[in-house]
Design a protein. Structure first.
Lengths: 492, 102
């Protein structure tokens, strides 16, 4: 009997606690009006009754804790508390009312905001009597009908890895172990030339590169520009010859003053080398840790297959994004776009200022920049919104495991401790971005699952006729010359 | 006969009443007995206190009781001291009259 009673009592206590923890609903009157694309104006009126309830609750809590001389804690009369702590009480009531009403607002109305509403807390005051009213503007997610994302027609580039491909790749692989021997004959396509290069602009030397060993291919690419017809220029050259070529600096070069400038490159050939490739002998196989030629070919084949898969995935993804945003002609929250663009612009303008540009020149370039970043930002945001909606429609959630495995992967790639990667992400607030990224990736996967694929032959990989040098035409602002030299000679 | 000339300390009402005492005990007395406590001038008499309260708050006083409170000994490191003596008055009001200190 006694036991029964205790249980009953306990249940009552638990029920009471639950009631206390669940705050009472406020009596709200909400008016929402649309004031622009993705912008709403919200006017909230909180009834006096609700305000009084909250006020009583807050002062009760104060009364239990307030320390006033002449009174024991918890024995201070309520009237005194109200008079003495009026400012603090008002502040707390305001906070509670705003928080609770905004939460309730979000639950009861499907506003779907993008960011926090901008409320000037100092300007809002709870009146002594009468209802409490406040208003704010908010940016909401764009309203659009979800494009039909199931059954998209995707062209999947396919390629059968044949023996020819394996041979070609193997030959390329063996080139890495080949030996370069200087030759006296004129250079042929595919040979290596060691060059001293001097870049001139309007008769003035802007930069010079020393002893760059470069393979002769149709295009020579620098970090900030490229020289086409490099093979025609160099074929037939011998040590001691010199050649001259014209090229243009890219408009996205790091060096702002020289963007788009015409440059004359003077190339002095120091020597010509030819590559002698290795044969797959037993000695060589042992050196690379393989047992037989068959094993090497198998490894090459699997690496090629992986590359094909990667290209397939990339191509499918870009097609999916292209198709789902194709029909997206709805308006974006302009403020959000502007904010993103402004960030990009600010970086660019700062760079120009550091390079010593006058305000007129900066202004002239400003519009061009804005247009460029506007288009990019709009496309990215649209992709984000559509994928987000798809993820919502498909109930895709990012679990802690997903996040962990992604962080571990990032850590492995950068050779860091996963814990450190995680803490860095958390500190910079990037962890939410990562979550959004994973969610978007999942959405793309869902689309791909339901897509119909049409196999098309994979285009030949580009880059065979381009040779890149990790040095730039314009002088690097920070990198020293010796650094530029040591970076030379990498191939695409 | 010549008029009687007042000599000695002359206290205005606001000098008689130093401050109302807002304490737990005082609040209790005011609720239960309609009696309010004050710190008063050490030389204020019950009559002066009655007159001052009646004038300042516009109420009817039924009774005034006073207490002379001794200052408390205080010590800071090596120096010894004592807080000032002070006078407390408990003023009982007519049941229809009320005061609000807060």
């Amino acid at each position: 009997m006694a036991d029964d009673q205790t249980t009953d009592d306990q249940t009552t206590v638990v029920a009471d606690e639950n009631e206390q923890s669940e705050p009472q609903k406020l009596k709200l009157n909400v008016e929402v009006s649309t004031i622009g694309p993705c912008r709403k104006h919200v006017r909230v009126t909180v009834a006096r009754e609700s305000l009084d309830d909250i006020e009583a609750e807050v002062s009760d809590r104060f009364a239990g804790e307030a320390q006033v001389p002449g009174f024991r804690v918890g024995h201070v009369p309520m009237a005194l508390i109200r008079k003495r702590f009026r400012k603090e009480l008002n502040e707390q009531v305001k906070q509670r009312v705003l928080m609770q009403s905004l939460e309730q607002l979000a639950e009861e109305n499907s506003l779907d905001p993008i960011n926090e509403p901008r409320l000037d807390l100092d300007a809002i005051d709870i009146p002594e009597d009468g209802d409490f009213e406040y208003e704010f503007d908010i940016e909401v997610r764009p309203e659009f009908s979800l494009p039909d994302y199931k059954g998209l027609k995707i062209e999947r580039p396919v390629k059968e890895i044949g023996d020819d491909d394996v041979d070609a790749h193997l030959a390329k692989y063996l080139e890495q172990f080949g030996q370069m021997t200087p030759v006296e004959e004129p250079a042929r396509a595919g040979d290596f030339v060691t060059l001293d290069i001097q870049f001139e602009h309007d008769g003035e030397v802007v930069n010079s590169l020393r002893e760059q060993t470069i393979r002769i291919r149709p295009t020579l690419r620098f970090a900030d520009g490229e020289l086409t017809g490099f093979d025609k220029l160099m074929v037939g050259a011998k040590a001691g010859d010199s050649r001259e070529a014209k090229l243009k600096v890219s408009i996205e070069a790091d060096s702002v003053p020289l963007r788009g400038a015409d440059i004359t490159a003077k190339l002095n050939v120091l020597d010509v080398k030819r590559l002698e490739t290795r044969e797959l002998t037993d000695d060589f196989l042992a050196r690379i840790g393989m047992n037989s030629e068959e094993e090497v070919r198998k490894l090459v084949r699997s690496s090629l297959e992986r590359q094909v898969k990667y290209t397939q995935r990339q191509s499918c993804r870009s097609q999916v994004l292209g198709q789902i945003t194709e029909s997206a002609d709805w308006e974006l929250p302009e403020e959000l776009v502007q904010r993103q663009v402004q960030n990009a612009m600010r970086r660019e303008i700062l760079e120009m200022q550091q390079a010593g540009f006058g305000s007129e020149e900066i202004l002239a370039r400003r519009n061009e920049l804005q247009q460029k970043s506007l288009t990019m930002t709009r496309r990215n945001l649209k992709e984000h919104f559509v994928l987000d909606r798809i993820a919502e429609a498909e109930n895709l959630a990012v679990s802690q495991d997903d996040l962990n495995s992604e962080i571990v992967l990032m850590a492995v790639q950068s050779g860091e401790n996963p814990r450190r990667v995680r803490s860095r992400l958390q500190k910079s607030g990037m962890i939410e971005n990562l979550e959004a990224q994973i969610r978007e990736r999942k959405a793309v996967d869902v689309i791909l699952e339901h897509a119909t694929f049409k196999d098309v032959p994979m285009p030949a990989p580009a880059g065979e006729d381009v040779v890149s040098v990790q040095a730039s035409i314009c002088p690097m602002p920070e990198a020293s010359e010796s650094e530029a030299e040591s970076d030379a000679g990498a191939e695409d | 006969m010549a008029a009687k000339v007042k000599t000695g300390l002359q206290l205005a009402p606001h000098q008689v009443i130093v401050r109302p005492l807002v304490t737990e005990k005082g609040t209790h007395q005011s609720e239960k007995h309609n009696a309010y406590s004050f710190e008063v001038h050490p030389q204020a008499t019950k009559l002066l206190i009655r007159a001052a309260v009646e004038e300042l708050w516009n109420v009817r006083v039924l009774d005034v009781r006073t207490q002379n409170r001794k200052g408390k000994p205080r010590r800071h490191k090596m120096s010894r001291g004592v807080t000032s003596d002070w006078k407390k008055a408990v003023v009982k009001l007519h049941p229809d009259d009320k005061m609000a200190f807060f």
